[in-house]
Design a protein around this ligand. Structure first.
Ligand code: ATP
Length: 362
């Protein structure tokens, strides 16, 4: 089932939690709502589910206006951060619950319920846990039961609010892969809320980056990472250096480094804020300053080196401004240069992005 959010605004008193939001999710897509705390992710999810009313706008499901439909009539399954399982019921009973409370006309027979519950427990790999109570399960297992329960009524859309938020890092990682696999198997339109960029980048087909009740960017993980639309997205997804420079005639000068402005940016003044990813930084050594060479690079001192597998992370301090720059180079290059803490090096940017904003974000 496709979802369309059309001009949705939601206020709590004078505070606007979601502002004139538009979003289209085609059938079968797995979408992440990603943003910092308070950006309106849960509110939007609850509006799609019908658990929350709106001040204006519409929710369309499969092209039909569903704004006035009750949550029950929307064909939506919901999984919350805290699994909200019935503690006095076994795993089997928890999953069967949604089927048992259906109206008499729609209620399946006990035999059909048994077949369905076992099928779902197989899907979430918990068949042998059917007779256990929630207190006898780990957090990750509880969340899998919650998902099986949500899927029991064969929803057309699955909404998940920080489904792995309460779990430790390793279990989260496992469940991410697992959610992706289940989604691919069932091909059910799914929207999940997260404030964890890695989770969104790894699992989602598309990411909706939210900030202060508005959408900053909608795109594939690759797009939001490689082509951030706004300074906010640059800062929120991945690591970035923010450095100031001067622009003149299509060229930008940052300390002693001068390079072409990468795109046609219409800057109001000559000051510019540049965004550079750590892996877009090159390190060089061996300039001889005594020979008055004109050095087209920023001079900096290495403050800290951290080797993470094939990558070397360097913290550098600019000699001219004292600003810190983070660089990521390959371990091979690091070995080749023989870099050491306190060494003076020269920094270049392979690419950078300039936004026509005078003030950096954050
Ligand atoms: P988090 O990641 O912390 O869950 P979120 O992005 O999901 O945040 P929401 O829960 O949607 O954010 O909340 C958005 C804003 O609306 C917040 O500032 C929150 O305080 C406010 N808000 C949410 N629910 C209510 C409510 N029932 N009454 C008043 N304000 C609310």
């Amino acid at each position: 089932m496709s979802i369309e959010v059309r001009n949705i605004t939601k206020k709590y008193g004078a505070f606007t939690a979601v502002q004139d939001m538009n979003l289209q999710i085609p059938t079968g897509e797995l979408v992440a709502l990603l943003g910092p705390s308070g950006s309106g992710k849960t509110t939007l999810l609850r509006i799609i589910a019908g658990l929350e009313g709106t001040d204006s706008g519409q929710i369309l499901l499969n092209g039909e206006d569903a704004t006035q439909l009750s949550p029950r009539d929307r064909g939506i399954g919901f999984v919350f951060q805290h699994y909200a399982l019935f503690r006095h019921m076994t795993v089997y009973e928890n999953v069967a619950f949604g089927l048992r409370v259906r109206s008499r006309k729609q209620r399946p027979s006990e035999k059909e319920i048994r077949t369905k519950v076992h099928e779902l427990l197989r899907l979430v790999q918990l068949e042998e846990f059917a007779k256990r109570y929630p207190s006898q399960l780990s957090g990750g297992q509880c969340q899998r039961v919650a998902l099986a329960r949500a899927l029991a009524v064969e929803p057309k859309v699955l909404l998940l609010d920080e489904p792995f938020g309460a779990l430790d890092a390793k279990v989260r990682q496992e469940l991410r892969t697992w959610l992706r696999n289940i989604h691919d198997e069932l091909n059910i339109t799914s929207v999940f809320v997260t404030h964890d960029q890695e989770e969104a980048l790894e699992v989602a087909d598309r990411i909706v980056v939210m900030n202060e009740g508005q959408i900053e960017q909608i795109g594939t993980p690759e797009e939001v990472y490689s082509q951030p639309a706004t300074p906010f997205v640059y800062n929120f997804i991945g690591r970035v250096n923010v450095v100031s420079g001067q622009v003149q005639k299509g060229r930008i000068r940052i300390g002693n480094l001068e390079m072409k402005v990468p795109e046609n940016v219409n800057l109001a003044g000559s000051a510019a804020i540049c965004y550079v990813r750590p892996h877009d930084i090159e390190i060089e050594i061996g300039y001889d300053k005594s020979e008055n060479q004109s050095i087209n690079a920023i001079e900096a001192t290495i403050c800290h080196i951290n080797i993470i597998g094939p990558v070397a992370r360097l913290d550098l301090k600019r000699s001219d401004t004292g600003e810190l720059i983070q660089a990521e180079i390959s371990n091979d290059r690091y070995q080749q240069l023989g870099l050491k803490v306190n060494e003076l090096v020269f920094v270049k940017f392979k690419t950078l992005k300039v936004f026509p904003h005078e003030k950096p974000f954050g």
